[in-house]
Design a protein around this ligand. Structure first.
Ligand code: 5GP
Ligand code: ZN
Length: 114
């Protein structure tokens, strides 16, 4: 996807503030953080929404969570705890249509979310 913001970050055309990277995922700081730690874990493959996942992506989604776990360790929020969120489509608040797992921590989280 040539006009996708997160694909441009994966390709290095727009340099993000990288927290973690492996061959399958890239994790970088959110430009508008909602918590002291707010990192987005994105697959290097372009997938627009959760609705576009198929069974071939099962392992990749697991790797996104392994990336989130690694980010939590690196950020020192693993033990106090953190939240992972993936929004799907407009009603849930998705604004960038390349799936991403939000990793939020460093403050008390409230429930239910808005
Ligand atoms: P969504 O609303 O789709 O679940 O999350 C998209 C996230 O991407 C938002 O939290 C937003 O702040 C973040 N974001 C949007 N544009 C940029 C950008 O250019 N750089 C970074 N690092 N994050 C961005
Ligand atoms: Zn993309």
């Amino acid at each position: 996807m040539t006009d996708c913001l997160f694909c441009k970050m994966v390709k290095g055309e727009i340099p993000p503030d990288i927290v973690y990277e492996d061959k399958d995922v890239l994790a970088f700081r959110d430009i508008n953080p909602q918590a002291p730690t707010h990192v987005l874990v994105v697959p290097k493959e372009h997938i627009s929404t959760i609705n576009d996942l198929d069974y071939a992506h099962t392992e990749l989604v697991g790797k996104m969570f392994m990336g989130a776990r690694k980010v939590a360790e690196l950020e020192g929020i693993a033990e106090p705890g953190y939240r992972t969120v993936m929004n799907c489509n407009e009603a849930a608040g998705q604004t960038v249509f390349h799936i991403h797992l939000h990793v939020l921590g460093g403050r008390e989280m409230h429930w239910p979310p808005g």
